[in-house]
Design a binder for this molecule. Structure first.
Ligand SMILES: [Cu+2]
Length: 184
């Protein structure tokens, strides 16, 4: 680890603390909070991160810190663009790699409890931007409560989500997967 790696590590830890601050009327922690530990597959073996889902008034706050994303790479010569990274809740809490060239198909398609077009799926999230591999983000949704997503999964994709192409935004292959569990 060189100095800049340490710096990035420190930032991620600080951001995790931010995720633990109480911004709502509910307590932070058990019964109010779920977490997905995301781990990269063969297309992004260094990818690691935590996604916290917290109950707040009117919905859920999602707080993300991820390291080890691949660098942004423009799409050329028929190769897909890499980054910013499509990011969604998928249907099944199953993160089996399966085909190493097309990993994590086990997670199924997008979680879509209200039968909406892509762009308005309950688990359609903002894309993740890589900053030397690191992404941090916090956002709010009123489309689900924490208890609705236990046992689903979170997927980070190779490419951007256009929020329009059906059924998954054209975000490409799956870099990382994590099962959503109650925080305990
Ligand atoms: Cu997805």
């Amino acid at each position: 680890m060189d100095r800049s790696d340490n710096y990035v590590d420190m930032q991620v830890q600080q951001f995790n603390q931010y995720c633990w601050q109480n911004h709502g009327i509910y307590p932070v922690g058990k019964n109010y909070m779920a977490v997905a530990k995301v781990v990269g597959g063969p297309l992004a073996p260094n990818l690691r991160g935590y996604i916290y889902f917290r109950r707040v008034q009117g919905g859920t706050e999602i707080c993300v810190s991820v390291t080890g994303l691949p660098p942004f790479t423009p799409g050329k010569n028929g190769q897909p663009q890499i980054g910013p990274h499509g990011f969604h809740i998928h249907e099944y809490g199953k993160c089996e790699v399966g085909d190493p060239k097309d990993p994590f198909k086990s997670a199924g398609g997008h979680w879509n409890p209200t039968n909406q077009p892509h762009g308005n799926h309950a688990g359609d999230f903002p894309v993740l931007f890589s900053n030397n591999g690191m992404a941090m983000m916090s956002f709010f949704t009123n489309k689900f409560n924490v208890e609705d997503i236990i046992g689903k999964s979170v997927i980070i994709h190779q490419g951007p989500d256009d929020y329009k192409t059906q059924p998954a935004g054209g975000a490409g292959k799956r870099l990382a997967c994590g099962v959503i569990r109650w925080y305990s």
